[in-house]
Design a protein around this ligand. Sequence first.
Ligand code: NAD
Ligand code: DAO
Ligand code: ZN
Length: 369
Amino acid sequence: MDIQAAVAFTAGNPLSLETVTLELPQAGEVLIEIKATGVCHTDAYTLSGADPEGLFPAILGHEGAGIVVEVGAGVTSLKPGDHVIPLYTPECRNCEYCLSQKTNLCQAIRTTQGRGVMPNGTSRFSIDGKMIHHYMGTSTFANYTVLPEIAVAKIREDAPFEKVCLIGCGVTTGLGAVINTAKVEPGNNVVVFGLGGIGLNVIQAARMVGANMIIGVDLNPKKRVLAEKLGMTHFVNPSEIDGDLVPYLVELTKGGADYSFECIGNVNVMRQALECCHKGWGVSVVVGVAGAGQEISTRPFQLVTGRVWKGTAFGGARGRTDVPKIVDWYMDGKINIDDLVTKIMPIEQINEAFDLMHRGEVIRAVLTF
Ligand code: NAD
Ligand code: DAO
Ligand code: ZN
């Protein structure tokens, strides 16, 4: 079938709206009509050419929501008409990783997903017979896409696509970092570095679980108002304090954070996030994705004296199980997504949406079809 998609032909250039040929779903696959998709920094990172694993040409996008149109042979958990969120982290419930119950990093389709193709090794997208790569297994910058059944979360039908699409990445990553990875407890003191789409969700989850101090750290003072609305109790702008940030935060928390979260992707800030943690038990969670080849460092004595450094992907969430629950939280008013969707735009304006994100003018721009 002919579909409309924003194609990334080469790194470093704008996306191009094209008519693309999409093959119908094969066994174990699902055809989805995408209704809305967020634009995230990871899409921009790959488009820039800085992502060493980026493949071109490709259809980017990984924060979508839509409706199942057709299912391939053997698909049992989905049917046409189901409302869904594509998952860049699948949940097969069968592989060694899923069965371990220790990680959400399902490996069932890892190799082919990384090569930009479906599990049988071929792409469903092409233009004039030339193959176009899938991206993160999702390719949501298209009005139709094909995914493996194990990478699709079924959600309730009354949830608005242009809001719940953010549960496909930013919302789940931030909430999950707090609830699944750190397991923050009532009364804990939390420091959040970076108040973008991820950090704001860390803040609202910290409030949900009953954290005491929720300290937000950002260089941009404009981030303060929304962060406070979502639960931040103290704002720290590193460029406005006297002295070094780490001792400042240790003093503010009377000994250090119980939990800290780096939501920027800056390796120097990752070190500050670890070192502002409480001696003996503080845990720092790396959420931000640093540039290719970058490394983190600290004095090992920071770990010897009880601080713990860990990371999280997609908030440790098992997508098919957890994403529908997070949609319920939104529909029940337990979490705020409306304020994170700064702008809703038609797919034709996708390059403007990237520009808005680069200029820091949106938490998220959402594209509709
Ligand atoms: P964003 O750009 O919207 O937010 C980053 C914030 O950090 C901005 O508000 C910016 O002002 C602030 N900032 C930048 N440098 C700073 C500094 N030195 N000190 C203090 N504040 C600073 O980004 P986002 O969408 O919230 O994503 C954050 C990170 O999370 C990115 O690296 C992204 O790739 C990553 N991410 C990780 C996962 C995962 O599963 N681990 C999933 C999605 C995104
Ligand atoms: O190696 O098993 C694996 C999966 C790695 C993917 C982890 C994704 C990490 C988050 C990247 C940013 C997503 C927008
Ligand atoms: Zn699995």
